[in-house]
Write a protein that binds this ligand. Structure first.
Ligand SMILES: CC(C)(COP(=O)(O)OP(=O)(O)OC[C@H]1O[C@@H](n2cnc3c(N)ncnc32)[C@H](O)[C@@H]1OP(=O)(O)O)[C@@H](O)C(=O)NCCC(=O)NCCS
Length: 198
């Protein structure tokens, strides 16, 4: 009886996972956020190595749960349903390490209000324990490929603090071209654009 229940739980877990959007890469998988990600996502947002650069991701666990369930997850569903005409919808996926199934970061795309249109940008962050292994570059390249091949998006933006060497390097490795500098609040960013036709 207990064995049967375990089998059923495993089957349900698998079927729930198989209903989620994923993109497989060499070492990582991009996967739609789910409620079970809360603890790992929250733990990432406790790393000052991430939130010093992305202060908007600072939140209490209750707020993070609220954002996950009432913002990211519904927005992802709307985005996926509206493909190819994704408009200004946000899409945020987890970066999952294939080897261990750990949730090690995220990659997101949506409009950056501070940039001129077409202003869809790609953003990302990865755990301090998994840096400099090319994982974010794999994630961003996969997101770019997905957007250019499956949606009406023709231009993508990326911005990085002028002092953020790893992020500027990721952007360059993904083929973006430097366009200009933008000031947001009191912070200076390099702004890059990637065109589908390049
Ligand atoms: C930016 C960030 C996502 C990079 O993730 P990552 O998985 O380590 O990135 P990758 O391994 O794909 O590439 C990092 C590149 O930066 C290089 N790099 C790292 N530190 C560097 C430094 N101090 N100076 C110069 N280059 C540096 C690495 O050598 C690598 O380049 P290479 O492949 O040519 O050797 C990660 O540092 C992070 O989460 N930072 C905090 C959040 C953030 O900055 N988000 C982006 C906001 S715009």
């Amino acid at each position: 009886m207990i064995k049967d229940m375990r089998l059923e739980t495993d089957r349900l877990k698998k079927s729930t996972l198989s209903n989620l959007f994923t993109i497989g890469c060499e070492d990582i998988v991009l996967r739609e956020f789910r409620l079970e990600d809360l603890d790992e996502l929250y733990a990432l947002t406790l790393q000052p190595e991430i939130t010093d650069i992305l202060p908007d991701w600072k939140a209490t666990k209750e707020q993070r749960k609220e954002f996950l369930t009432n913002m990211h997850m519904p927005s992802n569903k709307i985005f996926l349903k509206s493909v190819p005409n994704v408009g200004d919808t946000w899409f945020t996926v987890g970066i999952i390490l294939k080897k261990t199934s750990e949730f090690i970061g995220w990659c997101c795309t949506g409009p950056c209000d501070e940039l001129p249109k077409p202003n869809r940008e790609i953003g990302y962050a990865i755990s301090k324990y998994h840096r400099n292994k090319g994982y974010t570059t794999q994630a961003v390249m996969a997101m770019i490929k997905y957007l250019f091949e499956n949606t009406e998006v023709k231009f993508l933006n990326a911005i990085a603090l002028t002092t953020n060497k790893p992020s500027n390097r990721v952007i360059e490795k993904c083929g973006f071209n430097y366009t200009d500098n933008v000031t947001i609040g009191d912070r200076e960013f390099y702004h890059y654009i990637l065109s589908k036709n390049e």
